[in-house]
Design a protein around this ligand. Structure first.
Ligand code: PLP
Length: 521
């Protein structure tokens, strides 16, 4: 870690002597394994630790640019510095926080660093940190309304704010899960129940059931297969449909695959359309896919994990076309709408369909479920649930709709700015249309273009290696972090915006580093 240290805040003079006495006593008790009076840290000591932590967090945010974006360690380097066995005696918070500085912070990829341009740039925000901190002491289990009315009711309200912001009709109700992968699994469990009634009770085996099929594009996320694995549909029954030259699902190919499967006695069950694919953020033709689903009585799930959040922009309303025809849609505010990981919302048209598949009230919770309010444990496999809505509430109230819109527009502006620089440099080319905050590009210059006298012909394989090498070298330098992906079999570089700390200046620096590295290679 380069030159950055936490500062420990000094207690105020008035309380210093009491604090010091308490903390020394508390530490002695902890290290002897004895309980303090309350079974927890003594109040004065805890207050002091919180102040230290507040300073630590503020310093971390303020000085993050001094850190490497990513470590360049070999696997196991961090583990080697950690004890193999848990401590027998308690240790002081100062020591633990010191180890966070020495061992953990340098061993991290700093997703909140302004030069982190990888994946979907899930951002850290100051309100997000405050939201997490407020949630920590409350630490409730939001499984039923009775176990925490505020958590349940706030979740319902937050889900509805988001629904309105992205322009989803009020036929849709939602539930908060950790991730979109869990969301799609629940959505397809309902699709399965509707295609094969009583699966919830009887399972899939020993019954005269057809082989079910799920269709999604060759650009879609692997969470479709993961869901098929978990639901007993089978990974091979997820049929990948080819995409067009802008990486959108080819609708004719979808129709053909469904017809062929029907002729072969297989049963088409669901289509997963994507709004914002993982590699290029392309958007599938949802209205046409919806017609296919209607004709074939299939479930339509929209994976809007990344892209659906952009529907909050008035100028991006076209993203929502066809959504009213969907059965389910997943939106990840932890990707696009500034809520810290993890926070994903699954909407289902007529949410009761989801409840019917998952409601199960054990005797020991029956008394907790007499009220007519929602019990979110009924809407998925999870019983214990975090109070996730609180952090979203803090973030969305802090930014407001206007603040969210302004930040998303800035991401789009930066993505288009980078694209314009790429177009100006004829050694590089864009590999896909720029969608939302994602730019895919490729170094294409022949060797002789950069080094006169050498042959210009470079095989596709060599060019793939070169592009990959640019990304690897830069990431290993710790100055910028971004990723690579494959498009139509070729390796391309990919930058994803999302981090609120990334400015045009950072982007310019990153682009210079990419150009220099390509030159060096
Ligand atoms: C389009 C898309 N869908 C789903 C997912 C899975 O999201 P999660 O990590 O929330 O499960 C991703 C992850 O990046 C994604 O890009």
């Amino acid at each position: 870690m380069s030159g950055w240290k936490i500062s420990l805040c000094a207690p105020t003079p008035l309380t210093r002597s009491t604090n010091q006495r308490n903390s020394m006593q508390n530490r002695k008790q902890q290290s002897r394994g004895e309980l303090t009076e309350s079974g927890d840290t003594a109040p004065q000591e805890f207050r002091k630790q919180l102040h230290e932590l507040a300073d630590w967090i503020a310093d971390f945010r303020e000085n993050i640019e001094q850190l490497r974006v990513a470590p360049n360690d070999q696997p196991g380097a961090i583990r080697a510095q950690l004890p193999d066995r848990g401590p027998d005696d308690g240790e002081s918070f100062e020591k633990i926080l010191g180890d966070v500085n020495q061992l953990i912070v340098p061993g991290m990829v700093h997703w909140s660093h302004p030069m982190f341009l990888g994946y979907f740039g899930w951002t850290t925000t100051d309100p997000g940190i405050l939201g997490e901190i407020v949630t920590a002491p409350l630490n409730v289990n939001a499984m039923t309304w009775r176990t925490c009315p505020a958590a349940t009711e706030l979740e319902t309200v937050i889900i509805d704010w988001l629904r309105q912001w992205v322009g989803l009709s009020d036929e849709f109700g939602g539930v908060v899960y950790d991730t979109a992968s869990v969301g799609i699994m629940h959505a397809l469990a309902v699709a399965r129940e509707e295609a094969a009634p009583a699966t919830r009770k009887l399972g899939l085996t020993g019954r005269d059931l057809p082989r079910f099929r799920i269709y999604t594009s060759d650009q879609a996320h692997s969470s479709a297969e993961k869901a098929a694995i978990a639901l007993g549909i089978g990974e091979e029954n997820v049929v990948r449909i080819s995409s067009d030259n802008e990486f959108r699902m080819d609708i004719n190919s979808l129709g053909n695959k469904i017809s062929r499967d029907r002729q072969n006695g297989l049963q088409p069950m669901a289509v997963v359309a994507t709004v914002g694919t993982t590699s290029t953020a392309s958007v599938d033709p949802v209205p046409q896919i919806a017609s296919v689903c209607r004709e074939n009585k299939m479930w339509l799930h929209i994976d809007g994990a990344y892209g659906a959040g952009f529907a909050i922009l008035p100028e991006s309303k076209s993203l929502t076309s066809g959504w009213s025809e969907a059965d389910s849609i997943v939106v990840n505010p932890h990707k696009t709408l500034f809520v810290p990981l993890d926070f994903s919302v699954l909407y289902v048209r007529n949410l009761e369909r989801l409840r019917r598949v998952f409601t199960l009230v054990p005797e020991y919770l029956r008394g907790d479920t007499v009220e007519a309010e929602k019990n979110y444990m009924d809407y998925g496999i999870q019983l214990g649930r975090r109070f996730r809505a609180l952090k979203a509430w803090v973030v969305w109230r802090s930014l407001g709709r206007a603040g969210i819109v302004a930040r998303l527009r800035e991401q789009i502006r930066l993505a288009n700015l980078l694209a314009s620089w790429i177009k100006e440099d004829d050694r590089f080319e864009l590999s896909a249309p720029v969608n939302m905050g994602v730019v895919c590009f490729r170094f294409v210059a022949g060797i002789g273009d950069a080094v006169p006298g050498l042959p210009t012909a470079v095989t596709a394989d060599q060019m793939d290696k070169l592009n990959s090498e640019i990304v690897e070298r830069i990431n290993a330098s710790g100055r910028v972090y971004f990723t690579q992906t494959k498009l139509r079999g070729g390796t391309v570089m990919r930058i994803g915006f999302g981090n609120v700390l990334t400015t045009e200046q950072h982007l310019r620096k990153a682009w210079e580093i990419i150009q220099e590295t390509a030159n060096d290679l």
